[in-house]
Design a protein around this ligand. Structure first.
Ligand code: NDP
Ligand code: ZN
Length: 351
């Protein structure tokens, strides 16, 4: 079958590969629509997960099932499904302990385009189909549905990690598609005021639609200074980090109130250490919590988040700025994600 793959660090291209084999609990899926992710860019061009040769890229897709294993109970060929980017082994001890995303090893719930071939292929393999797939609900646009693979669950997980509560003032650093979903999630979770950091106008406009009250451009000076000025020196209760670098933590810790929480979902692709400023962290005693996580994945989360969309509480139409028709546009869409033109939020390729 034809597939678009990482050929090595800094190189991506088309390859031919055997169609994946279906195990007893698995499904083989034909993609209906796929999206490239900033993580694919980190993987190929920054070598963030190390060397990979001829590994099929992509972890965001909706699809149609073409084959299921003998033990799969709830899905059959022909079903149209949402596919989470994170597909844990649900019977692992880590999943039983509540950390499905780390099933069988740290970050090992993230299998597509990490430990195994991804979804940018004529067919892809889904482990634990009953635990990981969800039917595309009626009325959900298949292009919007691709945003449920990773952008919605990751942005919302940032909100969970930051522990946003009613009335909290929230700072979201980064308003690409992940940060935008953190803005939307924070608003749904009851934030009283949302500051959002980004510079592209298309993202700032979308952030306002999703509930941001104030946009901060990080080119206009240090984020911490700008937030402190806007909050009259008070800082904020909760911070979701969905952009920036290892140095962004210093800014976040500085503007976090004692008792506050940082939830990081940003992929830190470079730098050996993360910077936590000693004094601003209360010389180690400030009750400023820093959490970072990969989204949990799985079917229940897909079904619940899809319901937010079909009930009208979450509008995904502001996220997809570029639509392509046909598999041949895979490379073009990934290049867009790499170059991040100013009118881009997220591209989708309809197969
Ligand atoms: P984008 O690149 O589209 O967005 C990044 C955002 O961060 C933009 O708003 C950008 O601003 C802003 N930004 C860039 N540099 C800085 C800086 N120095 N300080 C503050 N803000 C900055 O990324 P995505 O939304 O697609 O993804 C966000 C991150 O989440 C990525 O690292 C991605 O790999 C990661 N990720 C993590 C997952 C998880 O499960 N934990 C899953 C999926 C993605 P501007 O407007 O100027 O572009
Ligand atoms: Zn992704």
């Amino acid at each position: 079958m034809k597939a678009f793959a990482m050929l090595g660090i800094g190189k991506a291209g088309w390859i031919e590969k055997d169609r994946p084999v279906c195990g007893p609990m698995d499904a083989i899926v034909r993609p209906l629509a796929v999206a490239p992710c900033t993580s694919d860019v980190h993987t190929v061009w920054e070598g963030a997960i190390g060397e990979r040769k001829d590994m099929i890229l992509g972890h965001e897709a909706t699809g149609e099932i073409v084959e299921v294993g003998s033990m799969v109970k709830d899905f059959k060929p022909g079903d149209r499904v949402l596919v989470p980017a994170i597909t844990p082994d649900w019977n692992s001890l880590e999943a039983q302990a509540g950390y499905s995303m780390h099933s069988n090893g740290m970050l090992a719930g993230w299998k597509f385009s990490n430990f195994k071939d991804g979804v940018f292929a004529e067919y892809f393999h889904v482990n634990d189909a009953d635990g990981n797939l969800a039917l595309i609900p009626e009325g959900l646009d298949p292009v919007d549905a691709v945003m449920l693979s990773d952008m919605v669950p990751t942005g919302f997980h940032g909100v969970e990690l930051a522990d946003v509560k009613f009335g909290d003032e929230v700072l979201v650093i980064g308003i690409g598609p992940v940060g935008l979903m953190a803005v939307a999630g924070a608003a749904l979770a009851g934030a009283s005021y949302v500051y959002a950091v980004g510079s592209r106008k298309v993202c700032a406009d979308a952030a306002r639609k999703y509930g941001a009250n104030e946009i901060i451009d990080y080119h206009n000076g240090p984020i911490a200074e700008q937030v402190m000025k806007l909050t009259k020196g008070r800082g904020v209760n909760r911070i979701v980090i969905a952009g920036g670098t290892v140095d962004t933590f210093a800014e976040a810790v500085t503007v976090l109130k004692p008792g506050g929480t940082i939830g990081n979902v940003n992929y830190l692709g470079s730098g050996e250490t993360i910077n936590i400023p000693r004094v601003e962290w209360g010389v180690g005693m400030g009750h400023k919590t820093i959490r970072g996580g990969l989204m949990p994945g799985g079917r229940l989360r897909m079904e619940k988040l899809a319901k937010l969309v079909t009930s009208g509480r979450l509008n995904l139409s502001h996220l997809v700025t570029h639509r392509f028709n046909g598999f041949d546009h895979m490379e073009e869409s990934l290049t867009l994600m790499k170059d991040k033109p100013r009118d881009l939020i997220k591209p989708v390729v309809v197969i």
